[in-house]
Design a protein around this ligand. Structure first.
Ligand SMILES: Cc1ncc(COP(=O)(O)O)c(C=O)c1O
Length: 418
């Protein structure tokens, strides 16, 4: 008989195997100081491009004040228990009502974390006779939600309307036999490449196919649409999203999440989402903090305006300097370069140590071999000076990548490690 730990001793997994070289620097880095445009990494100031604090609320004095006062008033325990048992309060209800009205839905339900929340949302919406159709580039939380499904599921090519239709056709044939329905899942904004989900085109398919649409709008909430209600509002199809999901982990700069939709559906969800029924309620400091953040999003349009001023300055600047930023249609700003993984590591080290730029790096197997993706998240707290400094740094590192500097550095690093 084998020990289940044997495989762990042998193989640390696709990411874990890099831990010796990467931990503390490329993964699990410690960014220190207040969350803002400039933080500290390894004791040095860096321009921070890797924090999803889109509206700059994380360290806003009014937010910090409300968070501190709420923590003093409630502590971190209140309320104890799951919503259904002993964890329900007036303020939870108030926040739900305000969120529902903000995203133009009849009702909303709070989730204690986005990841578990959406997983259970998917689980609660489908039964074994139903079919799920979802984007192949979906976030891990959607994939894990789909994993719980006992019926058929089909992925469609990323944001490809033809492929969506083809899979809706397949799903329709199956549901005609099983008597089930179809759940289509898209993201409002795909967080890696920044493209908005093709919600308008998906919604148009409702004319021809019978399905319900669940949208994970983690990156769209607060950043897109005239009022900040997200990708559905931006594309004019918010009313056609059957279940709308957003997390507090990005524009709201907090923890928690919610779903919104018709009241009857939300009433069903609150009795059927296992990760919420059997887990502690969102704590009061987070609820009060979220009420404050939502009020600021509603009443301070200048936050979103500043965010977009920065997004446009950064994305236009990168394009004008000849960088490939793909097909982003959101704040998420990817920069695609060509090089090997060791070159990418040398490049990021140079960016952090010598240019004071901290951004996320994505390489194979998340993206195709030979590509390096540097992912920048502009926020309302960045300045034009941050952007100009970054554009100059990017031009410098591109030159070094092209003239082989990082290849040499990577080779030297490898020889030193042997
Ligand atoms: C697209 C998307 N969905 C869901 C989540 C999970 O949300 P949370 O961090 O609240 O668990 C994230 C990450 O925050 C995300 O990027």
């Amino acid at each position: 008989m084998n020990d289940i730990f044997d495989k762990i001793y042998k193989d640390k997994g696709p990411l874990g195997k890099w831990a010796d070289q990467a931990e503390g620097y490329f993964v699990f880095p410690k960014l220190e100081g207040n969350i803002s445009n400039r933080m500290k990494f390894n004791g040095k100031e860096v321009i921070t491009w890797s924090v999803n604090d889109y509206l700059g609320l994380a360290n806003h004095p009014e937010v910090r004040k409300v968070d501190a006062e709420a923590a003093k008033k409630w502590g971190s325990a209140y309320p104890m228990g799951a919503r259904m048992m002993s964890g329900h309060t007036e303020l939870h209800e108030k926040l739900q009502n305000e969120l529902a009205s903000f995203v133009n839905k009849e009702a909303a339900y709070l989730l204690n974390f986005g990841y578990q929340g959406i997983l259970s949302t998917i689980d609660a919406l489908v039964g074994k006779n139903d079919v799920i159709v979802y984007d192949v580039d979906a976030h891990a939380c959607i994939i894990d939600g789909v994993r719980l499904h006992l019926g058929k599921r089909f992925t469609y090519k990323h944001n490809d309307v033809k492929s969506i239709e083809l899979n809706l056709e397949r799903a329709t044939k199956i549901t005609e036999q099983t008597g089930g329905g179809i759940l289509l899942i898209s993201e409002g904004v795909f967080g890696m490449r920044g493209e908005q989900g093709k919600l308008k085109e998906i919604v148009a398919l409702k004319e021809k196919y019978n399905f319900r649409l669940l949208v994970d709008d983690a990156h769209g909430f607060g950043t897109l649409g005239e009022t900040g209600a997200g990708a559905g509002e931006e594309q004019g199809v918010q009313d056609q999203i059957d279940v709308y999901f957003a997390t507090f982990a990005k524009s709201m700069a907090s923890t928690g999440a919610f779903i919104a939709g018709d009241k009857e559906i939300m009433d069903y969800m609150k009795y059927n989402m296992r990760s919420q029924m059997f887990a502690k309620s969102l704590q009061m400091t987070l609820v009060e903090g979220a009420l404050k953040r939502l009020e600021m999003i509603r009443t301070m349009p200048e936050l979103k305006a500043k965010l977009w001023e920065n997004v446009n300055a950064l994305q236009n600047g990168l394009r004008e300097n000849g960088f490939d930023i793909g097909t982003t249609s959101s704040c998420v700003t990817p920069v695609y370069l060509h090089g090997s993984i060791p070159e990418a590591m040398a490049l990021v080290k140079d960016l952090r140590e010598n240019f004071g730029i901290f951004c996320s790096i994505v390489v194979y197997p998340v993206i195709p071999k030979g590509l390096i993706l540097l992912r920048l998240i502009p926020t309302a707290s960045h300045t034009l000076e941050d952007i100009n400094e970054t554009l100059n740094a990017f031009s410098a590192i591109r030159e070094k990548l092209e003239n082989g500097t990082y290849k040499k550095l990577a080779k030297m690093a490898m020889e030193a490690a042997e």
